[in-house]
Design a protein. Structure first.
Length: 254
């Protein structure tokens, strides 16, 4: 692949977007390569955790404005639909995704990170949705995922101002989970991934689907959903092993 690198470390897959000359900007070609990778992962149950990061000084600096400047309304719709399709595949994937935001994460880059389950950022990262400064709005899910993550008021500040925020500011808003020095970001991402990787796959995927589905329900409906998902795991080999290992004071073998 031209723009996507994959590296496996102790059962944990790291996907790196490699277009450093354009700060890893998301062109249609980059998105299609990413979609191809995600489609291949969906056919395998090999991975519980996937890390996503960028090459060089950017995570992803945004969508490819050079290409976008030539679009008419039809082409823009198709580009937005492509981004939505790819990011929804990531969001709904049968593994836990962790964005390692190593640098600029703007526009489509932040939207990619928002489609991941967890976000760790470097102290050098800058995050934002600057589309209004181009006379546009976010087109890959930013208006929707960010508002659901941090609330309408805070998301409105990000979208309407178009400003860049530091990693620590992003953490204070709840956009990123943790902030680390650049040299520690990958190490900490792998540490978290290893911790998640040691847990039961069925429990992880059930938890992810319950959290995601609950966002589309009232609290009461979400609690009933949790009851059903919780009880559905009993009697499964995984829960028998997990509870058995706890009672026997040993590590479970998932």
């Amino acid at each position: 692949m031209k723009y996507i690198k994959q590296e496996l470390t102790e059962g944990i897959l790291t996907i790196t977007i490699q277009r450093p000359e354009a700060l890893n900007a998301l062109s249609a070609e980059v998105l299609r390569e990413l979609e191809e990778v995600l489609d291949s992962l969906s056919k395998s149950s090999e991975h519980k955790v996937v890390l996503i990061t960028g090459d060089g000084k950017a995570f992803v600096a945004g969508a490819d404005i050079a290409s976008m400047s030539t679009y008419n309304e039809k082409a823009a719709l198709e580009f937005s639909q492509l981004g939505h399709r790819v990011f929804e595949k990531l969001e709904n994937a049968d593994y836990i995704s962790i964005a390692l935001v190593n640098g600029f994460s703007l526009g489509g880059g932040l939207e990619l990170a928002l489609a991941c389950d967890i976000r760790y950022a470097s102290t050098k990262a800058k995050l934002g949705l600057p589309e209004v400064s181009l006379g546009l709005i976010p087109g890959f899910g930013g208006t929707q995922r960010l508002a659901r993550l941090i609330g309408v008021g805070a998301a409105s500040e990000w979208v309407y101002s178009g400003e860049m925020f530091t990693a620590e500011q992003a953490k204070s808003f709840g956009v990123v989970n943790q902030v680390y020095e650049p040299e520690d970001l990958l190490k900490e991402g792998l540490r978290l991934a290893a911790s998640i990787n040691s847990r039961g796959r069925l429990a992880l995927m059930t938890a992810k689907k319950t959290i995601r589905s609950g966002l589309n329900h009232t609290l009461s409906e979400g609690l009933r959903l949790e009851e059903q998902k919780f009880s559905s795991l009993f009697g499964k080999d995984e829960s028998k092993e997990g509870m058995g290992a706890f009672l026997e004071k040993r590590k479970p073998q998932f």
